[in-house]
Design a protein around this ligand. Structure first.
Ligand SMILES: *[C@@H]1O[C@H](CO)[C@@H](O)[C@H](O)[C@H]1NC(C)=O
Ligand SMILES: *[C@@H]1O[C@H](CO)[C@@H](O)[C@H](O)[C@H]1NC(C)=O
Length: 241
């Protein structure tokens, strides 16, 4: 009965393929609410210039891991998309093909992990250039945001034109980067500068689980540059920095 076996195997093969390949891509609505132009960039996804109020709807494949969206500022691109940016600069010009040059605020995501969970966060591990938030359009899931005036209050040693470096980018030591894994380092005065202003955001390479956000797969997301600022996060700079 070889033919019935192969028919059955074919059936299982098709069944398994369809049950493990999620069919819906995820949409990220990327909105620029800043009073200035932001050249949005996404990996995977490329890039697009957004004037104030403009949206880029980006479709991302199911199962994408290590996805990130950021904004670039101070860009000059010619008609063919060649050029560079003051912050968030990447290879590929307007159509980014790699990750941005720090400092740049990140919206990070991993879709459909552990069967049907999305993970997302706002991260400052590559520093800060633009206030951002990420909001699942499934209303049961929480927003992650960083809307404080990090650039205006940035400690002098971390400050660069258009942004504020994460200390790991600058010092490249285990104390700030936790190269050896959890427990090899502790929060520093510099990481606390970011943490107290943006408690939702991932500010330190071994930050705890409070800054990782989870939503059932199937939600779409809105990412906003310069969302309205929460009044809680306008702290004065500590004298020690
Ligand atoms: C993006 O998608 C949303 C929701 O589907 C839609 O309302 C909006 O018009 C779209 N915007 C653009 C620029 O395509
Ligand atoms: C931007 O990135 C491109 C490609 O890597 C590079 O050639 C250029 O020098 C960079 N510009 C700045 C301002 O960093």
């Amino acid at each position: 009965m070889a033919s019935s076996y192969s028919t059955r195997s074919l059936f299982y093969l098709l069944f398994l393929s369809f049950s493990f390949i999620p069919t819906h891509s995820t949409t990220f609505e990327i909105l620029n609410n800043c009073p200035y132009t932001v050249w949005a960039a996404a990996s995977p996804g490329g890039g697009r210039g957004l004037d104030h109020g403009q949206t880029w709807n980006l479709s991302v494949n199911p199962g994408t891991t290590s996805g990130r969206i950021w904004g670039r500022t101070g860009c000059n691109f010619d008609a063919s998309g060649h050029g560079d940016c003051l912050t968030g600069n990447c290879t590929g010009g307007l159509e980014c093909t790699g990750w941005g040059t720090p400092p740049n605020t990140l919206a990070e995501f991993a879709l459909n992990q552990f069967t049907n969970l999305d993970f997302y966060d706002i991260s400052l591990v590559d520093g800060f250039n633009i206030p951002m938030d990420i909001t699942p359009l499934n209303s049961k899931c929480a927003k992650s945001s960083c809307t404080a005036d990090i650039n205006g209050q940035c400690p002098k040693v971390l400050k660069v034109p258009g942004g504020c470096n994460n200390p790991c980018t600058l010092f490249k030591t285990d104390e700030y980067c936790c190269f050896k894994g959890p427990g090899s380092c502790a929060p520093t005065a510099y990481s606390r500068f970011f943490l107290v202003r943006c408690p939702d955001a991932y500010s330190f390479p071994r930050d705890g689980p409070t800054t990782t956000f989870i939503c059932p797969t199937g939600s779409n997301y809105r990412v906003v540059f310069c969302p309205s600022r929460s009044s809680l996060v306008n702290l004065e700079m500590p004298a020690s920095l």
